[in-house]
Design a protein around this ligand. Structure first.
Ligand code: COA
Length: 341
């Protein structure tokens, strides 16, 4: 029994904003953003778009991809989904009431699916893979729809140039199926292993302080800013470089393979300097990491599956390829997974 990603899809808002365009309203410039982060543009949702809209669009594209592959009608695939997991830290409603996953379930007609949200910030896709595998390993479940969707623009402080240049909106979905392929030995396929972790001691390094039970808005309070992300950039940078390096090394060791056995590593797309520093520490060859933050900036949980979908769509993932995904983010959380495509 194996747990295989059988289809992918992504959705980005229409509105693309370059660094130069952002510099018209923020005290920054293209040279600083590129040299410090590798980011060149980001997509920002219009006011009429909610997280569930992007999530549902990404999900529909994954459903359409599977329909094309199998010949099964799209609506019957939607009805065959056993569980919808939406990973988001910027869902439709405060505290997830109702869960964004339930809104999505209704939008895509997945009427037989259970649905729940999870908030693991930028590591959401990795946690989602492990949770989906666990759900598929028991009972009669066969198909899980894992969607990572973020509208970080709604919790961004656009007057803080230290954070607002970094983030973008986006969503991506994968369909994970229980198949008869082996999970170990010759011909093994699917999600081979996941490594998950957290360091709550770093919770304040990346935080939205207001609006929750710890710091609720009070009656008659004059609010100067809506809830927004605050970040200790240096602390997150150091955590990220160490984490990527450790997670990759551990996963390779556990699987008994080397970095040269990997077709590609897809890291969380936060900052090209973080990826490059980790690559040097690992002694990894140039080009083994796939990056696309130049186009999309940091879309939090959605960044890894957006990249996965791009590679899949371009036909750059071949059957049997060993690939690694590795993430880190608020929590602080971290994790990685090894997958045979
Ligand atoms: N445009 C222009 N100047 C900027 C700027 C911007 N957008 N943001 C900060 N600066 C300025 C600062 O004010 C500072 O100026 P000063 O020296 O005159 O005070 C200078 O640039 C250096 O700032 P600093 O914060 O020390 O830069 P840095 O080299 O640490 O880079 C980050 C900042 C955010 C790019 C870097 O810390 C980082 O990538 N951290 C990880 C962030 C991340 O990935 N978070 C998400 C994780 S999921």
């Amino acid at each position: 029994m194996a747990f295989e990603i059988v289809a992918t899809g992504r959705a980005l808002p229409k509105n693309r904003i370059t660094n130069d365009e952002l510099s018209a309203t923020v005290d920054t410039n293209d040279e600083w953003i590129r040299s410090h982060t590798g980011i060149g543009s980001r997509y920002i949702a219009g006011e009429d778009v909610a997280t569930s809209d992007l999530a549902a669009l990404a999900a529909k594209r994954a459903l359409a991809a599977l329909a094309k592959k199998t010949g099964e009608p799209e609506n019957s695939i939607a009805e065959s989904i056993d569980v919808i997991i939406v990973s988001t830290s910027s869902g439709d409603y405060v505290g997830g009431v109702p869960p964004t996953s339930c809104v999505v379930q209704n939008k895509i007609g997945a009427k037989n699916a259970a649905a729940f949200d999870m908030a693991v910030c930028c590591t959401g896709f990795i946690y989602g893979l492990e949770i989906a595998s666990g759900l598929l390993s028991t009972g009669s479940r066969k198909r899980i729809l894992l969607i990572c969707a973020e509208l970080l623009s709604r919790i961004t402080d656009w007057s803080d140039r230290g954070t607002c240049v970094l983030f973008g909106d986006g969503a991506a979905a994968v369909i994970i199926e229980k198949t008869q392929a082996p999970l170990t030995g010759d011909g093994k396929r699917g999600i081979l292993r996941c490594l998950l972790g957290a360091d709550g001691g770093g919770a304040e390094s990346l935080i939205v302080r207001r609006g929750g039970s710890k710091n609720p808005y009070r009656k008659n309070e004059v609010v100067d800013k809506p809830p927004h992300i605050e970040m200790d950039g240096r602390a997150v940078y150091n955590f990220a470089v160490k984490t990527i390096t450790d997670v990759i090394s551990k996963l390779l060791e556990q699987e008994g393979v080397g970095i040269s056995d990997l077709a590609v590593i897809i890291p969380h797309q936060a900052n090209v300097r973080i990826v490059e520093a980790a690559r040097k520490r690992l002694g990894a060859p140039e080009g083994v990491f796939y990056t696309n933050m130049e186009e999309y900036a940091n879309t939090s949980a959605a960044s890894i599956p957006i990249a996965l979908d791009e590679l899949n769509e371009a036909g750059r993932l071949k059957k049997g390829d060993l690939i690694m995904v590795v993430g880190f983010g608020g929590g602080l959380t971290f994790g990685g997974a090894l997958i045979v495509w």
